[in-house]
Design a protein around this ligand. Structure first.
Ligand SMILES: NC(=O)C1=CN([C@@H]2O[C@H](COP(=O)(O)OP(=O)(O)OC[C@H]3O[C@@H](n4cnc5c(N)ncnc54)[C@H](O)[C@@H]3O)[C@@H](O)[C@H]2O)C=CC1
Ligand SMILES: O=C(CO)COP(=O)(O)O
Length: 342
């Protein structure tokens, strides 16, 4: 029987590890990478040492710099590029993609110029015939742990239940448990906004604040994520799930999180440019902080943690002052604040 064929666009840590999941699930996988050196390393040495150093890739994974070669005739196409590159990559893919392909993106962020979610960007750029075939994959899933086949749970969502179920059936396996959720807006928003809070958690840990502070950030972060999410049309219950609290917990506590690590470096006095240079990988929370700051104004929603982090990142506000300002906000009622507009 012919193997199912998948393309993974984006050869960073997440795209590379998702390619290994698909191989485990019986797919023939081809990856698309921008850099010739990455393609060569994957094809000749079965490694992607810059992004996921300790992982040996299955020999069957091939890579190419030609997007056309990568996606031609593929029944599944995964988009796993940084959010700010999604439109450019989708545009390049549009004329080559099979008209009945299943499209899954696994990126966590908004397009900064338009403030659009990734599925909205894909819908605009890909052929109309694919509108019902777009899904998002999100949830608590650091590439490094999935690569070791550590038990991981994630969520797929689409406006079309059949599409979500098809994505679930392609991706699920005994170490990668995939749930569906019909709330695509909530799943995309939860996965994106948690990165802001993770930056804050890294800062908080780096400043020597303790577990109480982190619990506060996670819980009150969830409150403001829920507020903005609801204003944008998400269902609040989604934020109690994998794409909400699940991803917040993992990103705010894991040493694998680039967002947490970036926040931690900032707390040591490095400038934002230095931090990003040192990371050498995408830190989505930085642009997402800008996007959420604008969205909060557009939807007239209060987001105190996002506001303070915005000031720390872009106006060089002293993080200790930011924490003091958060702690000394006007008195309020926890539940009333969360359910504002519920
Ligand atoms: N790494 C992880 O554990 C997880 C990452 N994600 C999300 O997946 C997305 C990708 O992240 P990672 O793979 O971790 O990033 P990464 O920083 O490891 O790699 C990014 C990849 O995108 C490529 N790239 C950058 N600009 C590009 C462009 N204009 N066109 C084409 N390719 C471009 C880079 O060359 C690199 O191969 C992000 O939105 C991230 O939030 C989601 C869940 C887990
Ligand atoms: O989204 C992630 C885990 O679910 C990855 O988070 P970082 O980008 O902070 O590493």
């Amino acid at each position: 029987m012919r193997k199912k064929m998948a393309a993974v666009l984006g050869a960073g840590s997440w795209g590379t590890v998702l390619a290994t999941v698909l191989v485990d699930n019986g797919f023939e996988v081809i990856m698309w990478a921008r850099r010739e050196s990455t393609v060569r390393e994957i094809n000749e040495h079965h490694r992607n040492s810059r992004y996921i150093p300790d992982v040996h890739l299955p020999r069957s994974i091939r890579a190419t710099t030609s997007i056309e070669e990568a996606i031609r005739d593929r029944e599944l196409v995964l988009f796993v590029v940084p959010s700010q590159s999604m439109r450019q990559v989708a545009r390049a893919a549009a004329s080559h993609v099979r008209k009945d392909a299943l499209i899954v993106h696994a990126s966590k962020g908004f397009e900064l110029d338009s403030l659009k979610r990734m599925s909205e960007v894909l819908k605009e750029e890909l052929p109309n015939a694919l509108r019902e075939k777009i899904a998002v994959l999100s949830g608590p899933s650091h590439a490094e742990e999935v690569a070791k086949k550590s038990p991981t749970t994630v969520v797929v969502s689409s406006e079309w239940q059949q599409t979500a179920e098809m994505a679930q059936s392609y991706l699920i396996n005994p170490y990668f448990r995939v749930y569906t959720n019909p709330d695509m807006v909530g799943v995309e928003i939860g996965g994106s906004l948690k990165n802001i809070i993770a930056l804050g958690a890294g800062l908080s840990d780096g400043l020597g604040f303790g577990d109480n502070a982190k619990a506060a950030l996670v819980t009150r972060g969830l409150a403001e994520i829920t507020r903005l999410g609801m204003a944008m049309g998400a269902r609040p219950i989604t934020f109690a799930g994998l794409a909400g609290v699940g991803d917040l917990v993992v990103t705010c506590t894991s040493r694998h999180s680039r967002n947490w690590r970036a926040g931690h470096m900032l707390s040591q006095g490095m400038s934002l440019d230095e931090v990003l240079e040192r990371m050498g990988m995408v830190v989505e929370g930085v642009k997402t902080t800008r996007a959420a700051y604008r969205l909060a104004r557009q939807y007239q929603v209060e987001m105190p943690i996002t506001n303070e982090l915005h000031a720390v990142l872009f106006d060089r506000k002293d993080p200790r002052q930011a924490v003091e300002d958060l702690m000394c906000r006007g008195r309020t009622n926890e539940m009333e604040e969360i359910v504002q507009g519920w």
